[in-house]
Design a protein around this ligand. Structure first.
Ligand code: NAP
Length: 297
């Protein structure tokens, strides 16, 4: 069997097109959605993410407000910037790029963001809403993963879903979303016993680990859908580096029914979902719930 490649780039482009169309409708009513991205320091990977996010925001017809703060900024100064953005009516979404430098309490900063502008869905109030099954912003990467899975499965109800990773950013919210979709969810992590056996149960396997090509073909149920969140930089040819996921793509493709590539899978969906969350925060009708209904095979 050779797996169908789930084209995250194309699916993300479709979602971005829908966001741009809804943004135009909102702008005609005098509301231009605005996203503020706050970045502290100059971590090269974060620089690339922030640049790509700002470009996508502008392409969607939204306003982008970038705030670059020096690595030496104090926690109080950063919190003051967040408070100012909370009060700014032109800013509908606020994203504080992680990781933050040592000495700044990330939890304090996340909690300082107005929950209505929390397009990352990391604020404790929004984490609680997701757990309770209430509407609210849903973290972008997990939302993107579910949207990709729904391009393969008309319904995720009753599927055995295994999520490897339990971070607050990906694993935990993804498990909540899959539960909301009526999948039977297992969360695996570094202390899970016999991980290959747990993975072999999965109709839907999501890897969010951060370990290059750890998931092997012998771990995959025949025909399973595999979503690879991992982004790992490894040595390539001629002294260069290349990106790989947490899944050994070539060999797993021989067993899986559908699989996301890295790059070109989950990554583009994360940005598209951020745009959808910003639009929703500005009053547009493309909420996470609506997004989840859009992508059916
Ligand atoms: P994280 O906070 O480091 O969490 C990694 C998770 O993997 C932890 O729960 C850890 O378990 C688990 N784990 C580590 N080693 C394991 C092992 N040998 N067996 C089983 N589980 C293991 O990472 P994250 O922020 O969730 O990100 C995960 C990956 O996704 C990274 O590669 C990151 O770059 C990528 N990512 C991509 C996007 C995107 O848009 N494409 C967005 C976010 C993240 P413990 O909890 O037991 O330590």
């Amino acid at each position: 069997m050779t797996a169908r490649i789930i084209d995250g780039k194309a699916i993300a482009a479709e979602l971005r097109g829908k966001v741009a169309a809804e943004t135009r409708r909102l702008a005609a009513r005098g509301i231009v959605p605005g996203l503020a991205v706050v970045m502290v320091g100059n971590d090269p990977a974060s620089e690339v993410y922030v640049r790509n996010k700002s470009k996508a925001v502008i392409e969607a017809g939204m306003r982008s407000f970038d705030h670059r703060l020096p690595a030496m900024v104090t926690e109080a100064e950063l919190l003051a910037v967040v408070q100012r953005l909370n009060r700014d009516a032109a800013v509908h979404g606020i994203l504080v790029q992680m990781p933050l430098p040592r000495g700044i309490d990330a939890a304090k900063v996340i909690a300082a963001v107005d929950p209505a502008k929390d397009v990352d869905g990391f604020h404790p109030l929004n984490v609680g809403k997701l757990a309770a099954g209430w509407p609210g912003p849903v973290p972008c990467t997990p939302l993107g993963c579910v949207l990709l899975a729904k391009t393969v499965h008309a319904s995720l109800a009753g599927l055995e879903a295994v999520v490897i990773g339990r971070s607050n950013i990906v694993g935990k919210p993804l498990a909540q979303l899959l539960l909301r979709e009526n999948a039977t969810v297992t969360i695996a992590h570094s202390k899970t016993r016999d991980l290959p056996a747990v993975c072999r149960r999965a109709d839907l396997l999501v890897a969010a680990i951060g370990r290059a090509e750890m998931i092997r073909s012998a771990w995959i149920k025949h025909g399973a859908t595999v979503i690879d969140v991992g982004v790992n930089r490894v040595a390539g040819k001629g002294g260069k580096t290349r990106l790989v996921g947490d899944v050994a793509f070539a060999e797993v493709s021989e067993v899986a029914g559908a699989i996301t590539p890295v790059p070109g899978g989950v990554g583009p969906m994360t940005i598209a979902c951020l745009l959808a969350n910003t639009l929703s925060a500005a009053g547009g009708s493309l909420s996470s719930v609506v997004c989840l209904q859009l992508f059916q095979p």
